[in-house]
Design a binder for this molecule. Structure first.
Ligand SMILES: Cc1cc2nc3c(=O)[nH]c(=O)nc-3n(C[C@H](O)[C@H](O)[C@H](O)COP(=O)(O)OP(=O)(O)OC[C@H]3O[C@@H](n4cnc5c(N)ncnc54)[C@H](O)[C@@H]3O)c2cc1C
Length: 401
């Protein structure tokens, strides 16, 4: 006997991947119940850069106007030497990104993107979003999958989308693997109100500062009203590893960064409060099994957490959701046996996600080079400029094009 179902699609986790997945499934005509463990929507996380590939997904869902209300659209990505301050390279964004890739390059506060997706998902009649519900486990039989929730309830559907992030519980019975491991890198994050800065210090571009065993990235969010500042240094941290919001001591950050150029120093000085969290990862994915099987799919960080050095983790979560939604819409009735549709989707997604994971790691190694290797990097950037900084395979869009 098969389990009767309460809804067609169950979603574990209401971050960027979960909300995007709920929206994509609803747009494919399916009923959705999403469970998010936090009790209320809070301002968690830092800024996010959204390459044209990510903006394209939002545009396909009709969310470009909503994005325009909260995002900034930088004119350039500028790379600078952190100790010396010299410009090493520049990638024109703005109109060039629009012309080349069909969509702009945006920068946004994670909380603003999250709210935008929450509203879009909540506006779909067949979507139910539940806060304060932790998915404790799941069980699948021939015709259904059931999730066990922290309030003691069990709910059943045809398909479970595991969007529960880096520390995913949904993935454990599927992949049977171990916990995420520390990368040995720590992220510090601050937000600066640009209206309080001297005009010369207000920033419209993405600026990446590269130094030995560190880099900093600063870019505008909230229509340019705030400047998001993230610094990555080497080191280890104790405490709650799953929390993105440890208060941080600026003296520790300065000690880890070493000497920096006056331009970067001024930005660091302007940050009123620092938060920090250790960065974790999992081994690079190696095949379609990373995206789940049977009645359970894994999306976003639950499937393929990545170092943030290509700024594409949320973008890949959006792409995962978009591409699954497109396949589900093309195959009405697919949920009677979702195995073929999930296999097709996983085959479509895993090579791109694996490539972005690997490229993110490589970027981190290049960003943090010590002299004399860093001199070679700087020379290559000066010689190749935009050809080195642009990534057409990434920004050009989804693998299905
Ligand atoms: C410093 C830094 C900078 C970054 N910069 C960028 C960038 O510029 N561009 C970009 O695209 N990406 C960036 N990323 C990556 C991006 O933040 C992540 O890849 C993205 O947020 C992953 O989204 P997700 O929904 O998969 O996971 P998460 O955001 O972790 O969401 C998972 C959700 O599931 C919930 N949850 C967990 N377990 C359960 C459970 N058992 N039951 C119910 N709910 C549960 C959690 O509360 C959470 O809301 C950056 C990351 C870092 C660390």
């Amino acid at each position: 006997m098969t389990t009767p179902i309460d809804t067609e699609v169950l979603v574990a986790g209401g971050g960027i991947a979960g909300l995007a997945a709920a929206l994509a499934a609803a747009r494919a005509g399916l009923s959705v119940r999403l469970f998010e463990q936090t009790e209320r929507l809070a301002e968690v996380g830092a800024g996010l850069q959204l390459g044209p590939n990510a903006v394209r997904v939002l545009a396909e869902w009709g969310l470009l106007d909503a994005l325009r209300e909260v995002a900034a659209f930088p004119d350039a990505l500028v790379v600078r030497d952190a100790p010396g301050g010299a410009e090493l390279g520049r990638l024109r964004l703005g109109e060039r990104a629009r012309a080349r890739y069909g969509h702009p390059y945006a920068t946004v506060h994670r909380a603003d993107l999250h709210t935008l997706l929450w509203r879009a998902a909540a506006a779909q009649a067949q979507v139910e979003l539940a806060l304060g519900r932790t998915v404790l486990g799941w069980q699948a039989d021939e015709g259904a999958v059931s999730v066990h929730l922290s309030n003691g309830a069990t709910t059943s559907g045809r398909l479970l989308l595991g969007c529960d992030g880096l520390w995913s519980r949904v993935r454990v019975p599927l992949l049977g693997d171990t916990m995420p491991v520390p990368t040995g890198h720590i992220a510090y994050r601050g937000l600066v109100d640009q209206s309080g800065l001297p005009a010369a210090q207000r920033q419209r571009d993405v600026v990446a500062w590269l130094g030995p065993k560190m880099h900093a990235v600063c870019y505008p969010v909230r229509r340019g009203e705030h400047l998001n500042v993230v610094v990555i240094v080497h080191g280890a941290l104790d405490g709650d590893m799953q929390n993105w919001s440890h208060a941080a001591d600026v003296a520790d950050l300065r000690a880890a960064m070493g000497r920096v150029a006056p331009g970067l120093d001024a930005v660091l000085h302007a940050v009123p409060q620092w938060l920090r969290w250790p960065l974790f990862e999992r081994p690079l994915i190696t095949g379609p099994q990373a995206h789940g099987s049977g009645r359970v799919a894994l999306l976003g960080d639950a499937a393929h957490p990545m170092r943030p050095y290509l700024a594409q983790g949320a973008a890949m979560a959006l792409e995962d959701a978009w591409s699954l939604g497109r396949l589900l819409a093309q195959q009405p009735g697919a949920l009677a046996d979702p195995t073929p549709v999930l296999r097709g989707w996983a085959n479509e997604r895993w090579p791109r996600n694996a490539w972005v994971q690997a490229r993110s790691r490589r970027n981190g190694r290049i960003f943090h080079l010590l002299p004399p290797m860093s001199w070679g990097r700087n020379l290559a950037m000066a010689a190749l400029g935009e050809r080195l900084l642009d990534v057409p395979r990434l920004y050009g869009g989804l693998a299905t094009d």
